[in-house]
Design a protein around this ligand. Structure first.
Ligand code: AHR
Length: 390
């Protein structure tokens, strides 16, 4: 198992210590300041009244109630290249960045939506360099093809923070830090849940799986797909088909419709690499006269999904999604703390993983051992869904 940094613990540790010494300010416990924490009320004014301000050079800053760094006396210009708006997850990620890097919080955010095109991201990076931004934040659509852009930014002396998806390891020296999800672990958790479910439910036949993939060559697709390929091999599962649905609901539905027509009653499982494609698959299953649910021997289809967006959790509560493995899009506050570390010259960890959960309504599986770690499976409740902000 790779040595990992859980970003909220390390990045906050200095701030927590400062707070304990009475020389800094932290508005909430560290646990509330992960990428998964609430961001409601991240407006700058809200926590300043209660906050003691810390200084960094001439400027002052404090951490607001959402865990975001708020600057006074300076403004940081951030160029953010976002992939697009393909999913609920992506919309939540954009909102998190906009809430955090607001004018009121002391930032000038230049937000570029690349409309799912790498060439647009490359163009945006060049424009950010021309504009002389303080930081570039890049969410790369795919892992390859970034060397020249990252070199250009490095030559211009602009730190690049990669977020969510990764760029290929060969380019690691060319960016400052990465913050995101362990997609392989997410996939391993989903597959381990399936393995345990099949065991507990006494399913004896070879299980047939339809696999709806996200954007090919994106880190989220690579990690989640590889986990399934390895688990299928290890457990003798039959992958009927792997097809790309690009993380989009309508495309997920199309892939599911085609598979249902071709394989009909043979299908027991849909492994959907995000929630939106799972919503599409559920529509297709229902329109075909079948049901998404736990009861395989009654012909129901088990859906495995990722993201744990609010609607995904609602489907989990109603058993239409059997297990939803979280991928957390609320990066803004953690990124602002990473930038604070860079502004105050502290060394930052190169790779920073966000902590994630897994949700199901199937009570007999409450934890799983994956990669030698015991990881909980949280039972979904209406209350949890109410608190979900994406
Ligand atoms: O890169 C993260 C993935 O991209 C999310 O799982 C998906 O919903 C999104 O579009």
């Amino acid at each position: 198992m790779q040595k990992r940094t859980i970003v909220h613990l390390l990045i906050l540790s200095g701030l927590v210590l400062a707070g304990l010494c009475g020389c800094g300010k932290q508005s909430g416990p560290p646990g509330e300041q992960t990428a998964g924490s609430t961001e409601q009320g991240s407006g700058a004014g809200e926590s300043s009244a209660s906050g003691q301000e810390e200084t960094a050079g001439e400027a002052e800053y404090f951490i607001n109630g959402a865990g975001a760094v708020v600057w006074r006396g300076k403004q940081l210009t951030i160029g953010f290249s976002q992939i697009g708006a393909e999913s609920d997850w992506r919309l939540a990620s954009s909102a998190s960045m906009e809430d955090t890097f607001s004018i009121g919080n002391g930032y000038n955010l230049i937000f570029d939506n690349a409309q799912q095109k790498q060439e647009n991201q490359i163009k945006a990076i060049r424009e950010f360099i021309d504009q002389g931004v303080d930081y570039i934040i890049l969410d790369p659509i795919v892992e390859t093809g970034w060397t020249s852009s990252l070199k250009e930014a490095k030559e211009a002396g602009i730190p690049v923070i990669v977020v969510d998806r990764e760029v290929r390891a060969d380019d690691e020296d060319l960016y400052t830090a990465w913050f995101g999800s362990d997609f392989r672990l997410e996939g391993d958790r989903a597959c381990m849940w399936l393995k345990e479910y099949l065991k507990q439910s006494g399913w004896k036949k070879r299980v047939n799986i339809v696999h709806i993939q996200g954007t090919i060559d994106s880190s989220a697709q690579i990690g989640r797909s590889q986990a399934l390929f390895d688990a299928a091999k290890e457990n003798g599962w039959n992958l009927l088909r792997s097809s790309c649905g690009d993380f989009v609901q309508a495309k997920g539905k199309e892939v599911a419709e085609t598979a249902l027509k071709e394989f009909g009653d043979e299908i027991q499982v849909f492994y959907c690499e995000n929630d939106n494609m799972a919503y599409g698959a559920i529509e297709a299953i229902e329109e075909s006269g079948r049901k998404a649910g736990f009861n395989l021997s009654e012909g129901e289809i088990l859906i495995l999904s990722f993201d744990s967006a609010r609607e995904g959790l609602e489907y989990t509560l109603s058993h239409q999604i059997a297990v939803d493995t979280e991928c957390n899009p609320l990066y803004g506050p953690a990124l602002s703390r990473l930038i604070l570390e860079l502004e105050t010259s502290a060394a930052v960890s190169k790779k920073n993983y966000s902590e994630e959960e897994q949700f199901s309504a199937y009570e007999s599986i409450s934890s799983l051992t994956v990669d030698n770690q015991d990881l909980p499976v949280t039972m979904i409740t209406p209350d949890l869904i109410k608190k979900r902000i994406y």
